[in-house]
Design a protein around this ligand. Structure first.
Ligand SMILES: [Fe+2]
Length: 290
């Protein structure tokens, strides 16, 4: 299935070489599907409950306030929520809706949904033996990691703008550069606050170990968010991140990514041609670390 996001990247869209997990026969043309809520077993709900509890007790001092304030909007923590119930709260807050998908979906379909303020959430949950690590995003990653920040008006706008940019990037053959932006912000972004660094990326917030690693460990390198620098930077999908980019605010992120990307892609490509890409976890001369 060429063009399908096949899950080489554990938590984001991206091209891989394995077939996607999930039952695509029940998907509509836009890849959305009904959440098969009735087919969740007690064990499925229990997995969700345990994952939620484990993450919740780690959030204080590591997750950004916008996330902590909104996480309760997911509803009861003891069962997998109904997507429609979350949409009832989300739609009046920021105009976003949650839609079910059978798993990873093609990039164009993903971008189109974001551009319509519809966030695709995988409806299956990992097996108990995958409790600590699941290769493809499941309902816990997608809901717990991504949905709380959709209640933040500025971040919500950023996500839609990203989808629109994605539709355009396909035409400009800039998918990889834009995927890096998603990876280092939506999935693995850090934000500077008066209280210190905090995580806002879904890949971090839904991970048992990366939350503390990203914010507090001395091992990874953390540098200021700068769009073109970020787009030159490769990322790793097989371990905790070796490097993170730090934003000052969601407004900064939105504003930095608002201008037309065509000249940005051209500048990045020129720079890559001259100086090469940057490996993850590298601090360049002149850059300061957080
Ligand atoms: Fe994700």
């Amino acid at each position: 299935m060429s063009g399908i996001n096949q899950g080489a990247a554990p938590v984001t869209y991206g091209v891989g070489d394995r077939p996607p997990r999930g039952d695509y026969a029940r998907a509509r043309a836009d890849y959305t599907c009904e959440q098969a809520w009735a087919s969740y077993t007690e064990a499925d709900h229990d997995t969700y409950r345990r994952l939620y509890a484990r993450q919740l007790q780690q959030l204080q001092g590591l997750a950004c306030d916008e996330f902590i304030d909104a996480v309760q909007q997911l509803g009861a923590a003891d069962r997998i929520p109904r997507f429609d119930a979350i949409t009832e709260r989300l739609l009046p807050a920021t105009g976003w809706q949650i839609v079910g998908v059978p798993g990873l979906i093609p990039e164009a379909a993903f971008f189109a949904l974001l551009a319509e303020r519809r966030f695709p959430v995988t409806d299956w949950i990992r097996q108990p033996e995958e409790f600590d690590y699941v290769v493809e995003p499941d309902v816990f990653h997608d809901l717990f990691g991504h949905v709380p920040l959709l209640f933040d008006p500025t971040f919500a706008d950023y996500m839609q703008a990203y989808g629109r940019g994605g539709l355009k990037a396909g035409r400009l053959d800039a998918g990889e550069l834009l995927a890096r932006l998603y990876w280092y912000t939506v999935e693995f972004g850090l934000i500077r606050t008066p209280q210190g660094l905090r995580a806002y990326g879904a890949g971090i917030l839904s991970s048992a170990g990366e939350l503390r690693h990203s914010v507090q460990s001395r091992a990874p390198k953390r540098v200021a968010f700068e769009l073109q620098r970020l787009m030159r930077t490769r990322y790793r999908i097989d371990s905790f991140q070796a490097g993170y980019f730090v934003i000052d605010s969601f407004r900064q992120l939105f504003d930095a990514t608002a201008p037309e990307f065509t000249p940005v892609y051209a500048a990045v490509r020129e720079r890559i041609a001259a100086e090469g890409e940057i490996e993850a976890g590298v601090v360049l001369p002149g850059e300061s670390e957080y």
